[in-house]
Design a protein around this ligand. Sequence first.
Ligand SMILES: N[C@@H](CCC(=O)N[C@@H](CS)C(=O)NCC(=O)O)C(=O)O
Length: 209
Amino acid sequence: MILHGYWRSGAAYRVRIALALKGLAYEQVNHDLRTGGQAAPDYAALNPQRLVPALEVDGLIITQSVAILEWLDERFPEPALLPAHADGRAIVRSMVQTIVTDVHPLHNLRTLKALRQDFGASEDQVNAWMARWMTAGFAALETLIMRHGGDFAYGTTPTLADCVVVPALYSAERFGVDTMPYPHLVAAARRAAALAEAAHPSRQPDADA
Ligand SMILES: N[C@@H](CCC(=O)N[C@@H](CS)C(=O)NCC(=O)O)C(=O)O
């Protein structure tokens, strides 16, 4: 398996966590988002959306981190990253979507670039924008994790929710967002991150020194 990613990409980090939790070996091809590597012709041919991650397996190219996560869980079922019961799977997926659909697109690189370049936003305004959407998502997740969490975001074993929450917390901390109001989210994410240390951005081959 070849994971196309970038060390600081939250969406690629989601996939690295699942790969680590499942103990799967893979190669990395990294594309520096700071220099527009995601738009280079070779990669754009692979992923027409020009976003990382993408997973290449025997000629199959899967884009979209959640599609990759679900594929990994179906192809490599142990340890399972979705609960056995449909009710539990629905809760985990709603946690995943809270971040993936409703928060992350509002602060990914191209969105922030548009705010700065096309709408003249200052750095303070960009930071306030990010904090606004991250905290809205975290507040909802904190309630869901209080309701359904055990050691992890859902229950007592890691799930796809943790694969998503860990990078979301990493981004929030990177951008100085106050995470004190979300103690259950932070505790669950710390536990899951500790199980997938090899996936951490700072441990990737393309990470800044
Ligand atoms: N929904 C996509 C989002 C992917 C995404 O936004 N990736 C970011 C990095 S975290 C990216 O490639 N950004 C490049 C850009 O915005 O130009 C997924 O989950 O895979």
